[in-house]
Design a binder for this molecule. Structure first.
Ligand code: IDP
Ligand code: MG
Length: 148
């Protein structure tokens, strides 16, 4: 089942110069980048993206954090891409995330955890259009696709 998922490299990933490292992991795994941009989230857009967390104790701090510096937004595509990305990210809390995962290798915080990935097909369908128009999501073939 080929899926698309929204991935964000959060402000700490950009500030800690981990953008290349994180994108490289997704590429080497075999996921395909079908959309990508750098942007600075407005509070409005951040609140839309994180609307399921509105009212939680960490919500205001989360919005401050995600709007504090530029981020990278991507759509990644591949076989069961949603689950693959979530497993590569590791647990929300960097302290608890398994070594070998992005958060497990590079994060020590529950908030500043470097990366976002949609958690279900419904979330991906809701989140992708917050960042990308249909025309920005590209359809193309990679030469090594038959080997992946
Ligand atoms: P996820 O990113 O692993 O799916 P969610 O529970 O959806 O985690 O939370 C969204 C984001 O909110 C997290 O990635 C993290 O940045 C932040 N967050 C989650 N729980 C806490 C918390 O208890 N304290 C502070 N920030 C949190
Ligand atoms: Mg989540």
């Amino acid at each position: 089942m080929r899926q698309k998922t929204l991935v964000l490299l959060k402000p700490d990933a950009v500030n800690r110069r981990l953008v290349g490292e994180i994108i490289s992991r997704f590429e080497r795994k075999g996921l395909k980048i079908v959309a990508m941009k750098m942007l600075w989230l407005t509070r409005d857009r951040a609140e839309k993206h994180y609307e399921v967390h509105r009212g939680k104790p960490f919500y205001e701090s989360l919005i401050d954090y995600i709007t504090s510096a530029p981020i990278i937004a991507m759509v990644l595509e591949g076989e069961r891409a949603i689950e693959v990305v979530r497993r590569m990210m590791g647990k929300t809390n960097g302290v608890e995330a398994e070594p070998g995962t992005i958060r497990g290798d590079f994060a020590m915080s529950i908030q500043n955890n470097l990366v976002h990935g949609s958690d279900s097909e419904e979330s991906a369908a809701r989140e992708i259009p917050i960042f990308f128009s249909d025309e920005e999501i590209l359809e193309y073939r990679l030469v090594d696709e038959i080997w992946i």
